[in-house]
Design a protein around this ligand. Sequence first.
Ligand code: IVH
Length: 686
Amino acid sequence: MIEVIEMAEEDDEDIEVPGSRDEAEERAEELRDEIRYHDRKYYIENDPVISDHEYDMLVKELKAIEEEYPDLETPDSPTQRVISAEIDEFETVEHMSAMLSLDNTYNHEELRDFDRRVREGLGREDIEYVVEPKIDGLGVALYYEDKVFQRGSTRGDGIRGEDITPNLKTVHTIPLRLRDETVLETAEFRGEVYMPRDEFEEMNEERVEEGKNAFANPRNAAAGTVRNKDPSVVADRPLDIFIYTLSYNSEGEFETHWQCLKEMERAGLKVNENVVKKEGIEEVIDHIDSWQEKKEELNYEIDGIVVKVNRLNYHDELGATSKHPRWAIAYKYPAMRKTTEIKEIEVQVGRTGKLTPIAILEPVQLSGTTVERASLHNEDELERKDVMVGDTALVEKAGEIIPQVVKVITDERDGSEEEFEFPHTCPVCGSEARRFGDEVARRCVNAQCPAQVKQRLEHWGARGAMDIEGLGPKVLNKLVEKGYLKSIPDLYELGKIQLTSIERMAQKSARNLLDEIEKSKEQSLDRVIYGLGIKFVGDHVATLLTQHYDSMDEIIDADEEELQEIDEIGPKIAESIVSFFDDEQNRKMVEKLKGHGVTMEVEREEVEQFLEGKKFVFTGALDNYTRNEASELVEKYGGRVTSSVSGATDYLVVGENPGSKLDDAEEEGTTILEEEEFEELLRVEG
Ligand code: IVH
């Protein structure tokens, strides 16, 4: 599997910049088209067809050409997404037309009032509405000239905003060039920049691990990011966008807002998929009600629903007040924030010893669930928010995210509140709790601390790790309290007597648990590695490690530089792995596990390497496999996958929408395989 590393190096050398300028220009155009196609598949359609590595190689090749022939660089080239210079100050830009905001409604009656005003204003009854989610992010305007993205700005005061073009260019769902399919040429669009929930949470977890402050919610995170002065920081944050208005167009005539949405989609812009047309306000109301719960399942936060009159000539007829259009309105769902009392502050100790303050609340109902605990993140946050025990706090629940204390209402204090002193000793084992370096977190220094041990064991036994059924938190609590478990290897020394000595553990459950523990020794090495709970090593990174190394010993011996040769493993992960195995205790633990017979080697299937020496190239989208899957199959049987066709290529596998590689293959006389023929080849031989 070290193959992959070699391949990456070889591919780098493979990049050949055409000798003549004309050829280079042609190739650059081809590459741009191909990269744009893959950007669309990956970022907009969520259906990638090539591996990250192959994609990187396309970008690398394009960069090489643009470096060799700087005059071939174009502003809409996919290489222009991230600039490295910092921004001194954002310039102010005037919008092409005022960016109005929407008037809000909070109940059905107010919606019916809006509809009545619309009908009376137009003097007609049959009104078609377009109903859209109201994305909770930041409004922006995007300006394109002759299809090329020129400028992006914040809403500002509605008349003038800040030019944040370099930051918006890093957002992959904002096309740097509109697609040929659209009639739109010079146009202005408006949309909402936001942060997807899952990526927001992932980012926050990482920030906390790194000792940085967590963002309070996705909206704050998006707002803080969009106006960051360093576009390379912005590029690392998971921003996304939905476009909802065509605010200027030089080309094309549209009768309805709906047609504009469709045209913007055709132009390659990301339009929300949950936009619908409704006849009359009652249909709108039903729709709004049906989204009350459903909205929690979305991977982005919405703070309501926007209702817009569909016909554009009606927009002109109805006009606007100085602030709001009369043809659209927002409906806001009841707030997911409530006030409640902080009864107590508890300090939790995590797997890595981190102390997290938790507010224990007088239970409140928030969007359908009872909230009794809310995170206060860390010592500094507690101080910054000036939280006292007994305070009235504003608590927020944003979807799946753990409830948060937004702020305390200091006006409601009556003098009975008590100061909370953040402990400098571990509340569980009493050892010192220290802040290391410039970390925000305070950590218990005792690696044997029962709280840490418990959580490490819980992680070890979890589903994606060793999957030990019956090793739940309750059982673990008791085993750790009794002193039977001090570290992971102790688990493999447990006997029936110890198990049945804990309360309510019957003979049969004890037997089952022991069987499960025994069985876990057979789990594959990637699960073992994941189970160790190394910082930044989730199940995916664990799998990457076992794809590249054959045994735990090889991984323990790897240095940071070597680890970073693996695609997707950067300096942060590499450092964490090395420092984990540098620790004497951790190495002893692995030795003990090895002694107990826990898997320490990668078991690879013996398969006949009938594709040995054969080179494959893929082009276009396959029906039954992603690029990764297809490449893995080829590699499994000993073949190699490269990114471009040359005389040495044996097979070009062609999917839907093939690129220029097909022409290259025809020229080289390479064997061309359709997807079915490719499958046939694997089936017959393999
Ligand atoms: S239409 C004049 N559609 O909500 C029409 N706005 O106060 C203005 N927003 O400033 C915008 N989702 O930033 C529209 N589907 C959507 C929206 C949306 C979110 C934001 C936008 C606007 C604010 C309204």
